[in-house]
Write a protein that binds this ligand. Structure first.
Ligand SMILES: Cc1cc2nc3c(=O)[nH]c(=O)nc-3n(C[C@H](O)[C@H](O)[C@H](O)COP(=O)(O)OP(=O)(O)OC[C@H]3O[C@@H](n4cnc5c(N)ncnc54)[C@H](O)[C@@H]3O)c2cc1C
Length: 472
């Protein structure tokens, strides 16, 4: 039994909520702070440009296909089991097993796909996968009721009129992200977690710290100060502020970069029964597509995905081919900068328009995969901010720049964290309580790693082609 601690968690998104529940279960006293008023909105996505948080969204993809990253594949299956249990507990489908069609760039299986299938095979999961061109898989899909989702899409301008190869993953689907956060907020409340919400009471301003008596030259955090001027004492401060994390904790600057994904929606009216039915999760899978170069300029238009329509009738399409950056002057206390700058989120108001390369890629995708919407205006569009890490793995560890294990961080979702909501906290709490003696198989990937190469595009900096200032 570890000593019970008074813990402040800053950020009530997926990473903060998951850890708060897990730490409370282990007997710690927890208060979660967030500048949003989630207790009033129930995490409902805002209709306008009020605020931005990656976890506040209608839906996010659930998949266990991770190429060669077997550790994430296994974590995804661990999470899937929990989602199924949560569905029963919640009495509604927070996780929907609609299946996901991984459409290949050509009429053949790509290299990453082959790796994914090999790893699925290794863990005995191959029966959940159906290759479109494989006669035996088709037969299985027919027998198991999945065949209608093995959709055929013609390759544009192909002289042989071939269709794209595809693999249907029947273990994948999506989670209702906002609804799942609200479920977790209520779960946390029922376990005795305290919440402070809103732009004054809930908004973090700074860490309060004193000089450490045990680690000369370092400070020990003793709590936080909020925007209303109050100081809140704590044994440990956890920062879980998503794409804002570096601004709250500039010591994270080497590990993280905020970048923008581009989202557009179409809206189907319920009276249009043909489309309403066609794009329902029962009939339509999640579709992902890694394209080959095929826009007008011959450039790779990158990876695009679509989710089945929501109960509100929204069909969401996401473009992640280019994650756009917004380099601004970095503060003096940032542990790392590039030419004096770092990338931080644009304001919600400035995040309502998506750049031209994203519009082009989405339109290209729509013309092939969603021809019903080729001439339809977007119902909405926005930039949604990722918290990318230097290697696409999360960062969940004690912050070594603070003394006496007084600051912990759980962040760096890198565009794939939402699906792990039910299990992130359990692994993070193990790291929190047991430090380097923890038993989480994920710790080698999530540890503090300033010794790691700054990859995943993070080396590009302000002069790179993804920076908004440099877009043509
Ligand atoms: C475009 C896009 C698509 C994605 N698609 C998928 C997907 O398909 N599948 C998947 O599994 N994952 C996906 N992800 C990743 C997933 O959404 C994130 O990993 C996850 O939501 C991050 O949660 P978080 O808690 O770290 O951050 P957030 O959800 O951003 O939460 C951070 C919280 O901190 C609060 N905060 C910030 N500053 C302060 C402050 N000063 N004081 C108090 N509170 C503060 C914010 O209000 C917010 O509530 C996607 C992400 C993006 C951006």
């Amino acid at each position: 039994m570890t000593e019970s601690k008074n813990v402040i968690v800053v950020g009530a998104g997926i990473f903060g909520l998951s850890l708060a529940v897990a730490l409370r279960k282990k007997g710690h006293s927890i208060t979660v702070f967030d500048k949003q008023v989630y207790h009033e909105t129930g995490y409902q996505p805002p209709e306008n440009d009020e605020f931005q948080a990656a976890s506040v969204d209608h839906n996010k993809i659930f998949r266990a296909s991770y190429g060669s990253k077997l550790h994430y594949q296994r974590l995804a299956y661990e999470s899937r089991d929990e989602w199924l249990r949560i569905n029963k507990d919640a009495g509604s489908d927070l996780f929907v097993d609609s299946g996901m069609l991984r459409v290949q760039p050509t009429s053949e299986l790509g290299a990453l796909e082959k790796e994914t299938l090999t790893n699925m095979e290794r863990d005995g999961l191959r029966p959940s996968q159906f290759i479109k061109s494989d006669a035996a898989d088709r037969e299985r899909a027919r027998a198991e009721g999945w065949e209608a989702k093995l959709l055929e899409f013609p390759i544009p301008d192909d002289p042989e009129q071939k269709t794209f190869e595809a693999v249907l993953d029947s273990s994948a689907g999506f989670m209702r992200c906002s609804a799942a956060c609200e479920y977790y907020r209520k779960l946390a409340l029922s376990k005795g977690v305290n919440f402070k919400f809103g732009p004054k009471e809930g908004e973090y301003e700074s860490i309060v710290s004193i000089e450490s008596t045990t680690s000369p030259g370092k400070n020990r955090a003793t709590g936080i100060k909020t925007k209303d001027g109050l100081t809140h004492p704590a044994d440990v401060v956890v920062i879980a502020a998503g794409s804002y994390t570096t601004q709250l904790l500039p010591d994270m600057a080497y590990h993280l970069e905020s970048s923008a994904g581009s989202i557009a929606t179409f809206k189907i009216d319920e009276s249009n029964t043909a489309l309403w039915d066609k794009y329902s999760p029962e009939k339509f899978p999640v579709i992902t597509w890694k394209s080959t170069p095929r826009n007008k300029a011959g450039k790779d238009t990158g990876s695009v995905y679509v989710l089945p329509r929501t109960p509100e009738g929204l069909v969401k399409i996401g473009y992640r081919g280019i994650k756009f950056t917004n380099f601004q002057p970095a503060p003096d206390d940032a542990s790392f900068n590039q030419d004096g700058k770092w990338s931080v989120p644009l304001s919600p108001k400035d995040s309502t328009k998506i750049p031209e390369p994203a519009v082009d890629a989405i339109r290209q995708f729509v013309s092939i995969f969603l021809p019903d919407f080729t001439n339809t205006e977007f119902y909405s569009s926005k930039l949604c901010w990722y918290t990318d890490t230097l290697d696409n793995s999360f960062v969940i560890d004690w912050v070594p720049t603070y003394a006496d294990n007084s600051v912990f961080v759980t962040t760096g979702g890198s565009g794939h964290g939402a699906k792990f909501l039910p299990v992130l906290g359990k692994h993070a709490a193990d790291i929190f309580d047991n430090k380097e003696n923890n038993t989480s198989a994920m710790y080698p990937f999530w540890r503090w790693r300033e010794d790691a190469n700054r990859g995943n595009g993070l080396s590009e900096g302000p002069n790179g082609p993804r920076n908004f200032d440099n877009l043509e």
